[in-house]
Design a protein around this ligand. Structure first.
Ligand code: 2HG
Ligand code: ZN
Length: 456
């Protein structure tokens, strides 16, 4: 039946295609989709959902597949719906400063389009060359400039999605103000493909920022990261406040053959980005951090190229440690709790797993820490993963004690669904299941992701 709706080139069933489109960047799951389809229009997506309902066939929506929580993994004969062929910018309104994209538009294509209009799409991350807008919306992607510009959610002024009832939902249509009750747009944002297949998104654009400067500051003690954040936030318009540990720096320098930014290594580094016009006051802020004993050294970009090479030290970390098949976690607490949380986790790992190394980095200005534990050399991947899994409840209990989130930006997917209760109450999970049943009565939209399939 699908052959009547789609052309042959829009359906792939060969082994290479199943392996490629059947997974995202998460490792460790079986990859076994039955086929991959590449719709080109909203109508075709509706037909695909109808086909799936008729056969009770689960669908897995697939964007740029850069996710790290298994949200786009197809493990048991699902039909993968790739948005690779729905990759057009459909409309632009200069008066509204709004662009309409199909779900498969790449993040950096949108960013470039905005610049071409003398405008700016500020949500940015290392995977901007591969990630797609639909996936960004489905996971409410964050990234490196949330401290100044917010999350993907803050830029979505409308979207179209096909629900599990094979109906097209047109949410908000680009309005800034709309006080007519429940805003389904915000339910779809971050729903991880469980409520609807997002096909089109209306996004707000803004004025491009002035030229930016990047400073890397060496900070010997974790508690002083927040003092440095405070003096820089007071003095400058901070666009990013990122951090990484010396171990993370060591790994990225080795992998990418980069030079460390400071003469001597320090326990932690903050990467701070701010408006060029704030350069003088940034120096003053650094002097203050120095005399307070919070910072020891710093380097500042003198050109756009230097700014980019300083950014590479932070943005290259994730790929540099992939070879260690790390036990990965992406958590958040309130900013003031970051140092004591980090120290508690470090203490726990040292006491219980002395041969494990914790590689810390993340978006500290948002309270978001990427906790990666590197697999010791010689330890079998399966054994290491089992140990990581056993460690999760302990770490999540530390998150829950602070009312933090077990997934700050990567989503729940398959990876964290059994731990959702550490961040969301029974009442909330119950309401989530109710919404899922309403939007997806046949349980065909990414079943088993976010919420467990059996009880959904
Ligand atoms: C980053 O901030 C990404 O670099 C990836 O969110 C984080 O791999 C990770 O743990
Ligand atoms: Zn991140």
């Amino acid at each position: 039946m699908l052959a009547g709706v789609l052309e042959a080139k829009q359906i792939k069933t060969d082994a290479a295609a199943l392996a490629k489109w059947g997974k995202d960047w998460t490792n460790g799951y079986t990859v076994a989709p039955s086929a991959i389809v590449f719709p080109e229009s909203n109508q075709q997506v509706i037909e695909i959902v109808r086909y799936a309902i008729d056969r009770g066939l689960p669908l897995v929506p697939s964007g740029g597949r850069t996710g790290l929580s298994g949200g786009a993994v197809a493990s048991s004969g699902e039909l993968v719906v790739s948005f690779d062929r729905m990759n057009h910018i459909l409309d632009f309104s200069p008066q509204d400063r709004r662009v309409t994209c199909q779900a498969g538009v790449l993040t950096n294509t949108l960013q470039q389009f905005a610049l071409d209009q003398q405008l700016y799409y500020p949500v940015d991350f290392a995977s901007s060359g591969s990630s797609q807008i639909g996936g960004n919306v489905a996971t409410n992607a964050g990234g490196i400039r949330v401290i100044r510009y917010g999350l993907t959610r803050d830029w979505v002024v409308g979207l179209r999605a096909v629900t599990g009832r094979a109906t097209m939902l047109n949410c908000n249509a680009g309005l800034i103000k709309n006080a007519t009750g429940y805003d389904f747009r915000h339910l779809l944002v971050g729903s991880e493909g469980t409520l609807g297949l997002i096909t089109e998104v209306d996004l707000r654009l803004t004025t491009p920022p002035p030229a930016q400067k990047v400073m890397i500051v060496g900070i010997p003690e974790v508690k002083n990261l927040l003092n440095v954040l405070q003096v820089f936030s007071r003095a400058t318009k901070v666009s990013a406040f990122e951090f990484f540990s010396d171990l993370a720096l060591e790994k990225v320098c080795a992998h990418r053959k980069l030079t460390p930014p400071l003469r001597h290594s320090v326990a932690y580094y903050a990467l701070i980005e701010f408006d060029d016009s704030d350069t003088e006051v940034a120096f003053d802020a650094f002097e203050q951090a120095l005399s307070g004993g919070w910072a020891v050294d710093a380097v500042m970009s003198q050109s756009e190229a230097q700014a980019q090479s300083l950014w590479a030290l932070r943005e290259g970390i994730s790929e540099s440690i992939a070879q260690y098949t790390p036990y990965k976690n992406d958590v958040s607490v309130c900013i003031h709790q970051v140092p004591e949380f980090l120290e508690e986790v470090d203490g726990f790992v040292q006491a219980n797993y002395p041969d494990f190394e914790v590689c810390w980095y993340g978006h500290i200005g948002d309270g978001n820490l990427h906790l990666n534990i590197l697999r010791p050399q010689g330890m079998d991947v399966a054994e290491f993963m089992a140990k990581g899994h056993a460690m999760s409840p302990k770490i999540f209990a530390m998150v829950a004690a602070r009312q933090g989130s077990i997934s700050a930006e990567h989503g729940v997917g398959l990876l964290k669904q059994e731990f959702l209760g550490y961040s969301r109450s029974d009442e909330e999970i119950d309401l989530m299941r109710g919404l899922k049943a309403l939007f997806d009565p046949h349980q065909i939209l990414n079943p088993g992701k976010l919420l467990k399939a059996t009880t959904a």
